[in-house]
Design a protein around this ligand. Sequence first.
Ligand code: FE2
Ligand code: FE2
Length: 297
Amino acid sequence: MGTITLSETNQDVIKNILGKVTNVPMLPQVVMRLLTLIGNSDHSLHEVVKIVESDAALTARILRVSNSAAFFRGNQVHSVSKAILQLGEKMVAGIAIGSCTSDVFKSPLHGYESAEGELWDHSLRTAIASREIASKFAKGVGADLAFTAGLLHDIGKAILSEFLKGSTREMAQKCDAGSYDFLQAEIEHSGTNHAAVGEVLANHWNLPIAIVEAIQHHHSPAAAGDEFRALVYAVHLGDLVAMMGGTGTGADTLAYKIDPGYEEYFTVDKDAIPELMLLVQDEFTRTKSAVFLDEGV
Ligand SMILES: [Fe+2]
Ligand SMILES: [Fe+2]
């Protein structure tokens, strides 16, 4: 199991958090195989098709989404390969993750004073923004990988939330007073923070190392391993763009510290940010209604 050792003083709470992570159901094999494959830049469409077709429910879902109003282009899609080409691999991975983790994502984050569904909204917006930043500005960072990492970056909050319940006001006040940021507030109240808890959950799920690093370091990208740092900075900025667009996850949103170290890895054209925010909003609306509201598709 994981290595949450940020505070020596809250060992009992940390033990409880680890216990909670252990009880989170594993991701289905089909999702793991998809994530691993898509995380590897050297793969073919055929391999993605094979994995999707190995799971009847996922196959049905992918076809259903590609024939939904948001994606329908005049012809019914009956083949998985056509559907994947139409939706894009990142969307396929998003659909696969979304369909099996909705309980985790959709639970209200009481400890962050964040409503039901807000984590999912924020995560999807961060995923889209991270992907766009990766493809427009960060050369050498896989856009699909940035999407998946962005989607999962705050997953630790789903676990940590219940251990912060009742302390949120006080934490937010301290952040407002400028004494410290929300991550430090989390550590003070629980002994750990959502990035560290997310890392443990990501390891519990056996996610690829690049995604584990992005989750663990999305608030401290400089600490990521050399080969993952540009990806982690893309998610760090994607997170910020999602928040600038008005969706964070409650109380922590105002206490976000940007690390300017991204400039070493890529140059973000500041004039492109408003356009990026619009694109995120647009694609978020399209994606959310088409993919994640199960019954509405
Ligand atoms: Fe975060
Ligand atoms: Fe976030």
